[in-house]
Every structure is written in structure tokens, then in C-alpha cells.
Design a binder for this molecule. Structure first.
Ligand code: PMP
Length: 406
């Protein structure tokens, strides 16, 4: 077996064996959502066939087992993020909910008129709109760091925009639209030196390389399970426990309370503080299984993906009239592109006829598209289970599409 057994890995993902429109599925829409290995699918089934019970409540065996599995999943999340302690890991629906939680709970309590929230031009709408809304409510202001033509955050501008007014800096670890890997540790250090807290949107990083939260030094980190080979409906917000404990909760109910009395109610600390009600137990357990699946292969998977990125970049660049949007020095295996004379949507439709799934449109990054003067792009995004053969299939199909659109 080679260091990275791609054949064995592909067999772990049942969906990769299906055909689409009479062709083998070539799934290159991993930035939208990743596929799930059998261990994750089986974990969901096993939970409902053998363990289903509510957590943290029962004295009976099933409830104990479900609670143990749920908390073991939290421990897996902590390990995945390089953390010694799991307490700051809150199960949420996904990155969107994690970012909204911080905007609502931290923002509402800590922002005021004159404060600034610094973002970047390449953020996903999920890391723009919650800040816009909380800024409107508190009188704070959203400031935007520009990106360079290559699709990298302009670090000189970033430094220049930081000031004593900056209370929070939020940015994507990796751009979903371009694949740019931001210098997250450096940006964090600069922001904190200016006195700001830092939230990193890790939605697109967690699936591609080892994330080490302590090394990044950030204050909050959010990612979605479904982009990290786990189920939909589950994700993680990590926050520094002392920050979380000082934040007022935003959903109230079972499990998050310490004591309820009509005279007044007290709340628990993190993580329960932000997990009101029955959580997505099966989703959390299956996410834990997904992360345990990924962790041992992360280094080899990243190297494999970088080979796919290099091969795909070379082949796509050779296609007449094709322009790659975003050519950062450090990228994950995501390629955004346009072809002269073809709308991204047409490219996507023509590729679909060959069984190739890509994403087209603004990728929930309208401000970034505006910066490039584009309405959208076509985007091929790879995962470690993709192959060099699929890179060839993509390039061949694009060549065919180009001719049809010409
Ligand atoms: N941030 C980034 C960078 C993303 O790519 C996405 C999903 N496309 C999100 C946030 C939101 O993730 P979710 O929809 O899973 O909450």
C-alpha cells in the first residue's frame, strides 16, 4: 500500500462509485459540501439503531452511552483543532451559526458607537452579514481590508486599518471562492497587538490541512461539519472559555441553565451555556467519527491535493480563453475560473452532462465578485479522494465546452 492509498480511500466513500448521466461521477464541488465516508454513515445508523437517547439527562444506560459518545465527539473536535481542553468547543449547526453566535452574544454586549469590526474583501456572506447587522444595532462600523489582484489579503492595508477602534477582526482562514490561504497567524498577531479579538472562519480550511488553533492564537474559530466529511446540520464554534463564559447566552432552555427560579435564572458555563435544548446528538457523534477518520491522513491528503491543484492549474491554463481568478501563492485545491464567451452557469451545465459536478455563481461572495468586476465564476474544488484522472476529465470536458460555447 502506498503512503496515500487513493484506491482504498475512494472505496471508503460509497457515493464516489455512482454514475451521473451515464458517466462516472466526478465530484469537484467539495467547497460546497464534502462527501461522507462509510464510517460516518454507519455512525449515524448505529446511533439510531443502538444508542438513541437524550444526553446529559438520564440515569439509564442508553442515556449514559449517548452522553459519553456525544462528549467523546467534543474531545475529537478539540484534538482536531489542536486543543488540550474541549470546553471551548460548542456544537452549533455550522459555521454560519457559529459566527452569528459570536456576533450576537459577544457583539451585542461589547460593541458600541465608534467601534470598528475589520473584515476582508474575500469573506463569505456568512462572515459579512452578521457583522453588518450587529454593527447597525450597536452603532459600530464595518471596515473592509482590500485584496490584491492575485486574491490575497493586502497585508499593508490590513495593518493600516487596525487601530484602537478595532474591536474585532473576522476573516476566512481560506477563501471559498478563490482557495487563497490567508496568513491567519500573522493577521491574528497584528489584530491582537492592536487590542482586537479575532474570529477565524475555518469553513474551508478544516477539510484541507491540519488546523492548530493554539498556534493561530485566535479567540474564536468556526467550521462546518458537512464540509469536513461529517453530516449536515452540525458544526463547531470554538472560543476561549473565559470569553465564552463572559458572553450572555442567546438561546435559553434546557441544559444551559444552572438554576431556574421565577425569581431569576442562572446559566452554566461553556459549552452548555450555548447549547440550549436537545442538540444534534447523532450529528455530533458522526462529526467526531469524520474527524477521527481524517486526522491520521491529513498530511498525506494535503500533499495529494496540492498535486491535484498543480496538475489542474497547469491543464486549465492551457485552455484557450480560460482565466483563473485568484492566483495566491498559497492555495488549497480550489480553482475559480471563467472562459471567454461562456457564462459560468453554461460551463457548469455542460460539465454536468459529463458527470462533473462543479459550482458556478458568486459563491456567496458578492463583494469579492464585485471587486473583480465579475457576476460569478465557475469553481472546481477538490478533496483528497479526487484523482489526477478526474483532473484530466475536467480539463477535457472544459476544452469540449469551450469549443461548444465559441
Ligand atoms: N464561510 C465560508 C468560507 C464558507 O465557504 C461557508 C460555506 N460555503 C460558510 C462560511 C458557511 O458555512 P455553512 O453554510 O456550512 O454554515
Amino acid at each position: 500500500m502506498s503512503a496515500f492509498d487513493i484506491t482504498g480511500i475512494r472505496q471508503d466513500f460509497p457515493i464516489l462509485g455512482r454514475s451521473v448521466r451515464g458517466r462516472p461521477l466526478t465530484y469537484l464541488d467539495n467547497a460546497a459540501t464534502s462527501q461522507k465516508p462509510s464510517v460516518v454513515i454507519k455512525a449515524l445508523e448505529r446511533y439510531y439503531s443502538e444508542q438513541n437517547a437524550n444526553v446529559h439527562r438520564g440515569v439509564h444506560l442508553l442515556s449514559e452511552e449517548a452522553t459519553t459518545a456525544y462528549e467523546a465527539a467534543r474531545a475529537s473536535v478539540a484534538k482536531f483543532l489542536g486543543l488540550k481542553e474541549a470546553r471551548g468547543c460548542i456544537f452549533v449547526r455550522g459555521a454560519t451559526e457559529g459566527i452569528n453566535l459570536v456576533a450576537e452574544c459577544w457583539g451585542r454586549a461589547n460593541l458600541k458607537a465608534g467601534d470598528e469590526i475589520l473584515l476582508t474583501q474575500l469573506e463569505h456572506h456568512a462572515n459579512i452579514v452578521p457583522w453588518q447587522v450587529i454593527a447597525e444595532r450597536t452603532g459600530a462600523k464595518v471596515i473592509v481590508t482590500p485584496v490584491t489582484p492575485r486574491g490575497e489579503v493586502d497585508l499593508v492595508a490590513f495593518k493600516g486599518l487596525l487601530s484602537a477602534r478595532t474591536k474585532l477582526v473576522a476573516f476566512a482562514h481560506v477563501s471559498n471562492a478563490l482557495g487563497t490561504v490567508n496568513p491567519a497567524a500573522e493577521m491574528t498577531r497584528l489584530a491582537q497587538a492592536a487590542g482586537a479579538l479575532v474570529l477565524i472562519d475555518g469553513c474551508q480550511s478544516a477539510a484541507h490541512f491540519k488546523v492548530d488553533v493554539p498556534a493561530l492564537g485566535c479567540d474564536f474559530y468556526a467550521f462546518s461539519g458537512h464540509k469536513t466529511f461529517g453530516p449536515t446540520g452540525i458544526g463547531v464554534l470554538w472560543g476561549r472559555p473565559e470569553l465564552l463564559d463572559a458572553m450572555p447566552p442567546y438561546q435559553f432552555g434546557g441544559d444551559m441553565i444552572r438554576k431556574v427560579d421565577f425569581a431569576g435564572t442562572t446559566f452554566r458555563e461553556a459549552p452548555e451555556r450555548f447549547e440550549a435544548g436537545t442538540p444534534d446528538i447523532s450529528g455530533a457523534i458522526a462529526l467526531g467519527v469524520a474527524l477521527e477518520y481524517v486526522m491520521p491522513i491529513q498530511t498525506a491528503a494535503h500533499a495529494h491535493e496540492q498535486r491535484l491543484l498543480a496538475a489542474a492549474t497547469e491543464r486549465l491554463k492551457a485552455i484557450k480563453g480560460l482565466t483563473i481568478v485568484g492566483e495566491a501563492t498559497e492555495k488549497v485545491a480550489v480553482i475559480s475560473f471563467n472562459i471567454v464567451g461562456g457564462h459560468p452557469h453554461d460551463i457548469g451545465t455542460l460539465l454536468d452532462a459529463d458527470g462533473i459536478a462543479i459550482r458556478t455563481g458568486h459563491h456567496c461572495c458578492m463583494p469579492l465578485m464585485k471587486h473583480y468586476g465579475l457576476s460569478g465564476t465557475a469553481r472546481a474544488s477538490f478533496a483528497f479522494y479526487n484523482t489526477l484522472e478526474e483532473v484530466d476529465r475536467l480539463a477535457d470536458s472544459l476544452e469540449k465546452a469551450r469549443k461548444m460555447m465559441a
